[in-house]
Design a protein around this ligand. Structure first.
Ligand code: F3S
Length: 395
């Protein structure tokens, strides 16, 4: 890989240990994937923040970088293993909280904005069309590639951190035009009425277009919240982290000849696949990917004057919750007995063994609740999840 003079200096350790380590990671990655050079990036999103996933080895890795390292571009963080303020209220242990704080302190020392959200694009990390970025977390990567039309590979936590320290990433994969060509036309003949329907659509396409880039036709409108849900489930269930929807996503592409049709029956199949048997619900989770202020407003409207029977988490960015505080949504939601879980989510919080059955409006949430936390799962629209929270039953 061709390196500039400054990159050589970093590689040789003349600009500090952290820069040297970061360069070693980027060059190794570039060599594996045949990159010719590094390219400048405008922002980074780092996943792998929960102590639950990092462990003590992860803390050691971060602390080594934090000794003399500092990020060069806008860098935000994915969800952590707990709400950084209200962790006690959510049943997190003292031991876990202590370790999680050490992780966040290391990122903070590196100059990272400790935003702890998988929807950084809703709170200020919003690249422009065609800008190169280095993001990790699959839903955010898919959203930024597709809905915004910026360019990123699906980075791991270490490679994203290395890119942040150098301000560059190797030019390969989805950074290059030739790798952004769609493989298959997905013609949608099903009606999409909710974010959970979009999640089910992502499931269906992910399974049928495994490891492919989808070019989607047949859809006339989509909200940001629907596209966020779709980005999360499409890639979770198998497709590449880039899609096109004709007349909705900004990047132009030619419709591929290969075609798959998605019908109402496919959506029903998707719901069937992620809905387990049984009707008892002891946990409801809204906000995967992290809830927007519009989604929180809807939850407040549906919960107004009611009481929930189950544990109920709304996972979101802290700054989005602050807007909810100002507007009075938080008061309505908390009076109903539901809780905000800022900075975290059902996939990265240590929840295993705490709940048996979760109701959620997120198809991706079902995947992690089942796989990581061994819960039974129910997927339905937000109103249906609220009814489950109020009655403790899925009907
Ligand atoms: Fe975000 Fe966690 Fe879902 S990282 S996409 S809320 S599994």
């Amino acid at each position: 890989m061709h390196l500039t003079k400054e990159e050589e200096k970093m590689m040789n350790g003349k600009m500090g240990k952290a820069s040297q380590k970061a360069m070693e990671i980027l060059v190794a990655l570039g060599d594996i994937y045949g990159a010719e050079k590094l390219i400048e990036i405008s922002s980074v999103q780092i996943a792998g923040v929960s102590y639950h996933n990092l462990g003590d080895a992860g803390i050691e890795f971060l602390n080594e970088f934090a000794e003399d390292g500092h990020v060069r571009v806008l860098t935000t963080l994915n969800p952590a293993g707990m709400d950084m303020e209200n962790w006690r209220q959510l049943g997190i242990s003292e031991d876990f909280a202590e370790k999680q704080k050490v992780v966040i302190d290391a990122f903070s020392k590196l100059g990272v904005i400790t935003s702890c959200t998988c929807t950084p694009y809703l709170i200020g990390n919003l690249p422009r069309f065609r800008e190169h970025v280095a993001w990790s977390e699959s839903s955010a990567v898919t959203f930024v590639n597709s809905v915004i039309g910026a360019r990123t590979n699906r980075e791991g936590g270490p490679s994203a951190l290395a890119a942040a320290i150098v301000g560059k990433t190797p030019a390969y994969g989805l950074h290059l035009d030739e790798n952004r060509v769609p493989d298959v036309n997905i013609d949608v003949k099903a009606r999409l009425k909710s974010v959970s329907d979009w999640g089910a659509l992502g499931y269906s396409i992910g399974k049928k277009a495994e490891n492919k880039i989808a070019y989607i036709t047949g859809i006339k409108k989509a909200t940001i919240d629907e596209l966020k849900s779709f980005s999360a489930s499409l890639v979770t269930y198998g497709a590449k982290p880039l899609f096109y929807i004709r007349n909705i996503t900004p990047e132009k592409a030619k419709k591929p000849a290969a075609k798959i049709t998605i019908t109402e029956d496919d959506l029903k199949e998707a719901y069937k696949a992620v809905n387990d048997e049984g009707e008892d619900i002891d946990f409801v989770s809204i906000g995967c990917p992290h809830a927007s202020i519009a989604e929180i407003a809807e939850v407040a409207r549906l919960l107004n004057g009611r009481k929930v029977k189950t544990e109920f988490w709304i996972t979101t960015a802290r700054s989005t919750k602050q807007l909810a505080d100002l507007r009075g949504y938080t008061k309505t939601i908390e009076e109903a007995g539901a809780k905000f879980a800022c900075d975290t989510c059902l996939a990265v919080a240590p929840l295993k063994g705490r709940f048996k059955s979760v109701a959620t409006n997120s198809a991706k949430g079902c995947f992690y609740a089942r796989g990581t936390n061994q819960m039974k799962t129910k997927l339905g629209d937000t109103a249906k999840c609220i009814e489950a929270a109020v009655s403790g039953k899925w009907s």
